[in-house]
Design a protein around this ligand. Structure first.
Ligand SMILES: [Zn+2]
Length: 206
């Protein structure tokens, strides 16, 4: 995909990001004294404008300075280094198309809780991560595997009452069938994270 000539109202695009050495990117991000800004979420689009990820401003600036991505939307906030000032990006787009495997997320406690929105899949109540455990829907003692389809977020009370039984045996019901963490799930999360940023909307709500 060609970077092409870009309109002048996007000053960062015209800054020839590809010509900047990566060390400048590191310096720019290191010197910045407002860490809160650097942690703000940035939507990452594939070259095809398909949303693929959410990253932090710090990482997004490195991608811009390396010439790997260009800013599609920016904030009014600027970050400064000794030689340049850069508008903080809100949405960036990769210049080269990146193939995204069907399942990009590792099976982990953190990702299961993310998928289930920190909600116990049996009683439907939301808890802090520390008050949730993972439940094997088909118990391990009965051959249940540790997989996306057999692990759910579960509060300790439900986990204890279910014990070594299937939901049917315990007389409880899953609020929904557990599925792998797909790009679709990731998009739902992007929508949640990007809810406050109007600039994300046209890329997410299609
Ligand atoms: Zn529960």
């Amino acid at each position: 995909m060609s970077t092409g000539a870009q309109p002048v109202h996007r000053p960062w695009r015209t800054a020839r990001a590809g010509a900047v050495a990566p060390e400048s990117a590191a310096r720019l991000t290191r010197q910045h004294r407002r860490p809160a800004v650097m942690q703000e979420p940035v939507l990452v689009l594939n070259a095809t404008f398909e949303p693929i990820n959410v990253t932090a401003v710090r990482r997004a600036l490195v991608l811009l300075l390396k010439g790997v991505a260009q800013a599609e939307e920016s904030n009014t906030t600027q970050v400064h280094s000794t030689s340049k000032s850069v508008q903080v990006p809100s949405v960036i787009r990769l210049l080269a198309y990146r193939h995204i495997p069907q399942q990009t997320r590792a099976l982990s406690r953190k990702n299961i809780l993310l998928r289930d929105h920190n909600t116990c899949q049996f009683c439907g109540r939301t808890f802090p991560a520390s008050e949730l455990t993972l439940d094997h829907v088909m118990p391990r003692s009965r051959g249940g595997r540790s997989s996306w389809e057999n692990l759910v977020a579960c509060c300790y009370a439900c986990n204890n009452s279910k014990g070594d039984r299937t939901p049917e045996e315990a007389g409880i019901e899953l609020s929904r069938r557990p599925r792998p963490f797909t790009l679709h799930t990731s998009r739902q999360l992007m929508r949640l994270i990007g809810h406050k940023d109007e600039k994300w909307r046209k890329y997410l709500f299609y």
